[in-house]
Design a protein around this ligand. Structure first.
Ligand SMILES: NC(=O)c1ccc[n+]([C@@H]2O[C@H](COP(=O)([O-])OP(=O)(O)OC[C@H]3O[C@@H](n4cnc5c(N)ncnc54)[C@H](O)[C@@H]3O)[C@@H](O)[C@H]2O)c1
Ligand SMILES: O=C(O)C(=O)C[C@@H](O)[C@H](O)[C@H](O)COP(=O)(O)O
Ligand SMILES: [Zn+2]
Length: 376
């Protein structure tokens, strides 16, 4: 068997000056994590935050790696699922970090999907006003999106990610072999965020995914390349606009609708997970753009056909159970962080790879679109 140290690794830099960091992508990086951390941050103590599903398959390998490299570590294991991204588990993590007397210069390691990354990153961002933070993303979604860029936080009953801070990791270790244990539904959900980069401003990447998605799902070189291209796309935007003063909002394509649907389904992952909400939201954003005479119906249909073709939901009607009405969905949308002076901002599109930020959209327009598309 090939030694983890010899396996090929792709490096993508997030160019944030004094806070720049590497994203390393490839198989075997969990086994290499101890060495990578010890080499860059000698003498740190660590708390690994993870969930039960991930702990069962990857925590021992990470703990062994840290141990071999002489990095002192402990672990906090939480329930899996979106409901964990909330005040109760957040308090538990904060309490455990302080109880272990970790210092500001010590490290929180997020081992898991986006739920764990967002929650652990938020704790790292506020405990002692900012501890060190390393992401070890184990879901496709986390490897292509949530582990990069420093958005951290938790949900509330008012809406998604409404409490949090920007806090960049020092290092991201995306072990692509860890995806072998990821359930198929979760892989598809992460794929939606991958497609998002093509739809924002990389039409060539969208075309490539249309042709090669089966290889991406199968694993191997195409998957690693698609993850690396996604990280390059995100890193480029984050490096230009770290705190979403402007163009970073493009990364929210599909999220204004998607987040409302997640909140409206009570963050119940049996009904809808984040990437699925993004798939429905991106389809709606394209259809809404058609309605506003910004995008051709052909492009909107092409996007929906690709997302549906890989097995993702694309319509509100694809969500099981009853949804609250259009007015209730609009109430969630009005809580979106892009709202400014009470006016809605949406990410719309002029076609595949031509997304743009649309400010001051009339709520009445959004409401009638929601009514037209509502299943009930
Ligand atoms: N911060 C950001 O920039 C950003 C970007 C995108 C999404 N997000 C957030 O990320 C969250 C969604 O992340 P997610 O899709 O990774 O969900 P998740 O963290 O809930 O992980 C999905 C499921 O897969 C399991 N899992 C993860 N890795 C596994 C593995 N290798 N083997 C077996 N099981 C594994 C988890 O236990 C969970 O049940 C949402 O809360 C979303 O808001 C944040
Ligand atoms: O990194 C970003 O910026 C994103 O918008 C990426 C999104 O995929 C992600 O879901 C993010 O958490 C949404 O951010 P929010 O600011 O709308 O909560
Ligand atoms: Zn997202």
């Amino acid at each position: 068997m090939q030694d983890a140290a010899d396996m090929p690794v792709t490096r993508v830099e997030v160019g944030l000056g004094a806070r720049a960091y590497d994203i390393l992508i490839g198989p075997g990086l969990v086994a290499r994590a101890g060495d990578e951390i010890a080499r860059r941050m000698a003498g740190v103590r660590c708390a690994v935050v993870t969930d039960e599903n991930v702990a069962a398959v990857h925590l021992d390998a990470l703990a062994d790696s840290l141990g071999r490299a002489g990095v002192e570590h402990s672990a906090i294991t939480l329930d899996p699922g979106e409901k964990t991204k909330s005040f109760g588990p957040f308090e538990r993590v904060v309490d455990a970090l302080l109880g272990a007397r970790l210092e500001r210069g010590d490290l929180v390691i997020a081992l898991g999907g986006g739920v764990i990354g967002d929650l652990a990153g938020f704790a790292a961002g506020v405990v002692r006003r900012g501890m060190g933070f390393v992401q070890v993303p184990t879901s496709l979604l986390a490897q292509v999106d949530s582990s990069v860029g420093g958005k951290t936080g938790i949900n509330t009953t008012h809406g998604k990610n409404l409490v949090g801070v920007f806090h960049q990791p020092r290092l991201v270790l995306a072990d692509t072999a860890a995806l072998d244990t990821l359930p198929a539904r979760e892989f598809r959900a992460g794929y939606a965020e991958m497609v998002k980069y093509g739809l924002i401003d990389r039409p060539g990447f969208f075309d490539w995914l249309e042709r090669n998605w089966r290889d991406v799902f199968a694993g191997g070189a195409a998957r690693v390349e698609a993850i690396a291209e996604s990280c390059r796309a995100k890193a480029a935007i984050v490096a230009r606009d770290e705190t979403e003063a402007g163009e970073r909002a493009l990364l929210n394509l599909g999220h204004t609708f998607g987040h409302a649907l997640e909140a409206a389904t009570g963050y119940d992952g049996r009904r809808l997970v984040h990437g699925e909400g993004v798939a429905i939201g991106m389809t709606l954003a394209h259809r809404f753009s058609v309605r506003l005479n910004q995008c051709s119906a052909d492009d909107a249909e092409k996007v929906e056909a690709h997302l549906a073709g890989v097995g993702l939901p694309t319509r509100m009607a694809d969500i099981s159970g009853q949804l609250p009405g259009a007015e209730a969905l609009l109430t969630y949308i009005m809580q979106d962080k892009k709202v400014s002076r009470g006016a809605l901002t949406f990410i719309l599109t002029r076609g595949i790879g031509r997304s743009y930020i649309a400010k001051d959209l009339p709520a009445a327009e959004v409401l009638s679109f929601l009514r037209e598309n509502h299943p009930g």
